[in-house]
Ligand binder design. Structure first.
Ligand code: SME
Length: 154
């Protein structure tokens, strides 16, 4: 998608989410709303959702898309983002050492840390695409902004 078009869409989505996330501070409800809106607005978001930190593992949370791994442990892009405390953009998942393939149709991926009110990472936002090179800096910056809405009280 062309950068300006993508940026404009993210800006409209951010405003829409600010309007929707006013009824509850429950992070699960907010994750569900974020996943639903993103999934419906971007057709290249093949899988879009959250994994929540539980001990050393990531357990699947609200998502849209085909059934995914319930628990991630050991390796993978999501755990790498958690351990490195930063977003990771993967143009080709087949070249990422330790990538966990929940669905063989995924070819590129982006993972964004989600910080709770204490400043700790409590979850990650994960988006997969069936195309290679789907995610860029526009996705990273805007998804990082959107991820802050999970724990913000409007
Ligand atoms: N590919 C991820 C696993 C989650 S699925 O993409 C939904 C990973 O390597 O952590």
């Amino acid at each position: 998608m062309e950068t300006n078009k993508k940026q404009g869409r993210y800006e409209r989505i951010f405003k829409q989410l600010q309007g929707l996330l006013v009824k509850t501070d429950d992070p699960i409800a907010r994750m569900a709303t974020v996943a639903a809106v993103l999934s419906h607005k971007f057709d290249y978001f093949f899988w879009c959702g959250f994994y929540r930190l539980t001990g050393e593992k990531l357990v699947v949370g609200p998502y849209q898309g085909p059934p995914a791994c319930q628990v991630l442990e050991g390796t993978g892009v999501c755990l790498a983002a958690l351990h490195q405390k930063k977003s990771i953009v993967v143009p080709d998942v087949h070249k990422f050492p330790g990538h966990i393939a929940c669905d063989s149709r995924s070819n590129s991926e982006i993972v964004i840390p989600v910080y709770d009110k204490s400043g700790s990472i409590s979850a990650v936002l994960d988006v997969d695409s069936t195309s290679f090179n789907s995610f860029d800096e526009t996705d990273r910056l805007n998804l990082e902004k959107i991820a802050t809405l999970v724990y913000v009280i409007s």
